[in-house]
Structures are given as structure tokens and as C-alpha cells.
Design a protein. Sequence first.
Length: 396
Amino acid sequence: MHAYVAAGGYVTRDDDDVLARLAAADLRGRGGAGFPALRKLESLRAAAAGERVVVANGEEGEPLSVKDRYLLRFRPHRVLDGLEHVARLTGASRTYVYASDADGLRAVSVALKERDPSMPVDLVACPGTYVAGEETAAVNWIDRRDARPTDKPPRPFEQGVDGLPTLVANVETLAALAALCRAPQGDSSAATFLATISTPDGARLVELPSGLPMRVLAEHCGLEPGGAVLMGGFFGGIVPLAAVAALEPAALRTLDSSLGCGALLALGRGHCPVGVAAAVAAYFARHNAQQCGVCQHGTTAVSRLLAAVRDGQADARTIAELERLAALLPGRGACALPDGVARLVRTLIAHFGELVRMHADADCEACREAGAAFGASDFRVEPPASDKARATETCA
Ligand code: SF4
């Protein structure tokens, strides 16, 4: 902790100063949705007077992402610093750190012994399911219900933990907020983001400045320029790497993609985008909460149809049905999982339409070799076991 304090950590700033820094940096949530952090904070500040709650959400359900576990395990003071700032700004009297990673929670517990925070911090171990990191799932679990998303409204800032106004913030968002507060006034570049970059050869965690040209990242990480990339964990769809100008929301929106949790998988020659999309859809079908009709029917149907395309058992009607479902699914679930399924289908057809149609006419060697046994769990990335040899690297 001493090193963190010596580097400017745990500095106290007045509310207007912190809010101005957040506005200047246009800090967005790093959990996946990319919602403006300032708007979320203002929602809680505007809530009726009384007790308020802040939850540091470190539950990282995305198989391709390790950054939240990295922060909890190796940089817990960054998270706690951000949590203190947000508690102060919102007048919260109770805070939680919520995660399934036992090593991460242990490290936070040690950090709390080093620094006695100004507000109570409870550590909550949740189940490590895909949907447990969704904000209403976090509230439900803390309130001793199943860690499953529920319909909104009410949103947590209206009715959260114990019915109190609650802000659920991703741990990287909190760490970025703390970095902005540590930085000299006007330096918005401090809010770098952490990206998990995977290739068939392995994964690395990289610290990136906002808006980094994709060309620079591809050179740094040795990504195949002509390949495809699965963006945003499983939520940003699948796009040609060469089409991604920069790793920033506006550039990705032009491709119907998104940065999501900052994880990306660059596919190698042995990975066909169709086979990978089928594997991701199968993962969604297995790991959704099976409580909304849209997942019970729509997500399952997309998985079945993409498997048929991959296996050469599809025709034009299959593709038309995929397009119909992709238009139907968004916004219909208690969480955003169906939106992710729809984006996967839309981007596959928009960017790799020829390849999709080719699967109806001819055998795909990559899909045949990988076969149905190839699953999204094959992509699962684990955080580094130790921080001895710098777990993150900087790419700029
Ligand atoms: S949309 Fe799907 S994953 Fe989300 S809560 Fe409903 S059933 Fe669960």
C-alpha cells in the first residue's frame, strides 16, 4: 500500500473536482455496457435522501477476460481507492466488493487490513456463472436471492441492495476513476484501459490508451492482419481485424461491434469465423439463466441454426431465420445476453456473409477438423498466477 500512496493513491479531492475529471475523460463503464460513469454516479446522487450503497463488481463471467481478476488479485488498492471516491461522492454508508474469485477476494481482504477505509466494506463471494456479474444479479445475490438478472425497471439506483439506492460499478471502472483522481488536473490520459488479447498461442493482458490504432496493437501482439477477431469478450460480435480502425467505441460502432469488457480473440488460420460463432452461440445457450422466454427459445434456436451452418446442413432459409432472430432478440431479456447473441449473428452475416453461404454449398475444412467438439470453453483464459514478472504490459 505504501507504494500506492507514494504514487498519489488515496488522495482526497472535493466532489466538483472529481466530477469535472470524470466529465473531461468521458469515463465509460468497463464491465461491458460502456455506460457513462458520470451519469450513473449522478443517478445515485439524485436519489432520495437516506442510506445508499455502492457495489464494486469484480465478477468476470466473460471467459476471454482476466482484467477484473487481475485488479482484485494484484492491484486491490486501486479498486478500493475508486470505491472510496464513489462512496464519498454518493454519500454511501455501505459498500461491497462482489466477486467469485477466491484469490481476488483474499487479496482485497489483505488490502483492507493495510488501509482502514472510511466506510464499511463487505466482501461477498458469488457463484462464478456467466450471468452473475450483471448488476441486478449482484444485488439479488447480496440480498440472499439467486444471482440472476431481473427485469428493469427498477434499476439498482432506484431500488438495489435491501431496497436502497445502489450503484454497481465494475472494478476496472473504479480503478480508472482512482487513476483520474491521482493524475494532474486536466490529464485524462490516465484512464487507460486493460485489454485481454488472446490468440491461438495464448493470452496477454495489455494496458492501452484510449483510441489506440488497431494497427499498433496488432503489431505489438503479433496478430494476423488478414484474420477475424471476436470483439468485446463474447458481446462485440465477430469482425475482420483489418476493418477495425481503432479500439474505441465510435470506430467499433461503425462495424456494429463494441469494446465490451475489452477482451478480444484474434482467430488463427485453423479457426473459421462460422465455427467460432457457433461455439460462442452454444456457450450462450448453455450458460444463460434459462428464465426468460427469449433465451429459452431464441438463444437456443440461434445456437442450433449456427451449428447447422457450421456442419454444412443449412440452406438459404436457415440464414434467413438467423437474420429474423437477430432482429427479434435485442432488448427482450432481463439482461443483455440476447443482445450479444443478436450481434454475433448480425456481424457474422454482415462481415462474413460469403463464408456463411459457402458453408451451405461446400465442406469447410477448418470446421470439419474442429468439429462440434470445439467449444467456447476452449477459449477460456486464466489470469496470471503471480505478479512477479509484470502481469500487464503497456502498448501505445
Ligand atoms: S435474458 Fe437470458 S441470460 Fe438474461 S436473464 Fe433472461 S434468461 Fe437469463
